[in-house]
Design a protein around this ligand. Structure first.
Ligand code: FAD
Length: 282
């Protein structure tokens, strides 16, 4: 019973969400969160599921996807988006409008809500570079707006946003040249094709970049490319990715993550920190 995580995560692995819903508006999210509180049910909010590993035991309670919060628009030098908009649609719009500063994050396969929550980024740019504010529902279901200056954030890290259901965000840009930005965007997308195993299910980089180094370099140097547990494998193309090469369980992926961490620690002394988020019981 329930909805298998293969259907709502990019790893295409993991157990079922007990109840899976897709609210159509911020008001429906507010209603849902009140209902979950009243019934003492946990509520997990996901965008594209592209940075999570769901346990084979599944997700208890309600899992709510944001995909129907899909409004996106540009007003002068500002872009506002609801949380379920695909991040890359926002980036494409910004480049088309000549709004510079996020073009290097082209191709990140998450939602606006997930990208803000993770402070996602690539090639030296990150979500918070251009963030103006976020709106979300707090634990009591009230709609709150937080300005960027009030949200502590760092590399792939934000503080406090895990307590909100993000519903919308706004981004401010300097005026740039759309031709140049679209060209940059094409280069980034081409580079992703060349470097990343986009033909197999994954959730992107498994680990954060350690100080002064790259997780992928350390994993490669430890000789771990191609290492497997069941259907999970360290990508031959990009050692920072674990791919589902067919039939991987979340336990396979989790066991492989543990092996990689232990063997990199033994080989280089570096303790890799997980970037991906584990959901459910492991
Ligand atoms: C092929 C591939 C390449 C990738 N490349 C990059 C990259 O270059 N840079 C990078 O930073 N990441 C990258 N990622 C990882 C991932 O795409 C990003 O972290 C993305 O921002 C996650 O967005 P999401 O909507 O999928 O979030 P999800 O995976 O759905 O959720 C991630 C976390 O955010 C929370 N969350 C999501 N939406 C909301 C919301 N509306 N309100 C509250 N909480 C929410 C979830 O509860 C969860 O804790 C890559 C992934 C893949 C598969």
């Amino acid at each position: 019973m329930g909805a298998p995580a293969a259907g709502f995560t990019t790893y295409k692995a993991g157990g079922p969400a007990e109840i899976l819903v897709e609210p159509a508006s911020a008001e429906e999210f507010a209603w849902l969160s009140a209902w979950c509180r009243a019934n003492a049910l946990p509520l997990t909010v996901l965008g594209q599921g592209s940075n999570v590993l769901v346990s084979d035991k599944g997700l208890p309670g309600v899992t709510a996807l944001t995909g129907r919060l899909a409004a996106l628009g540009a007003q002068g030098l500002r872009i506002t988006a609801q949380a379920g908009v695909l991040w890359d649609d926002l980036v494409r719009l910004s480049a088309e409008k000549g709004l510079g500063g996020l073009e290097k994050t082209s191709g990140i396969p998450g939602s606006v809500g997930g990208a803000v929550r993770m402070n996602a980024g690539a090639f030296g740019q990150e979500t918070f570079d251009r963030l103006a504010w976020v709106e979300g529902l707090d634990a009591e279901g009230r709609l709150v707006r937080l300005e960027k200056k009030d949200i502590p954030h760092a590399y792939r890290h934000t503080q406090g946003l895990d307590k909100l259901i993000l519903t919308a965000a706004a981004f401010d840009f300097p005026q740039g040249d759309s031709g140049v930005l679209l060209q940059d965007r094409s280069c980034v997308l081409a580079s992703r094709e060349v470097k990343q195993p986009l033909d197999l299910p994954s959730a992107g980089s498994v680990f954060k970049r350690p100080q002064g180094d790259y997780a992928s370099r350390l994993i490669d140097a430890a000789g771990l490319k191609g290492l497997r547990v069941g259907g999970a494998a360290v990508s031959e193309k990009h050692a920072g990715f674990i791919v589902n090469s067919g039939g991987a369980t979340a336990s396979d992926i989790y066991a492989l993550i543990a092996q990689v961490r232990a063997r990199v620690k033994a080989a280089s002394g570096v303790e890799l920190e997980l970037e991906q988020i584990l959901l459910g019981e492991f």
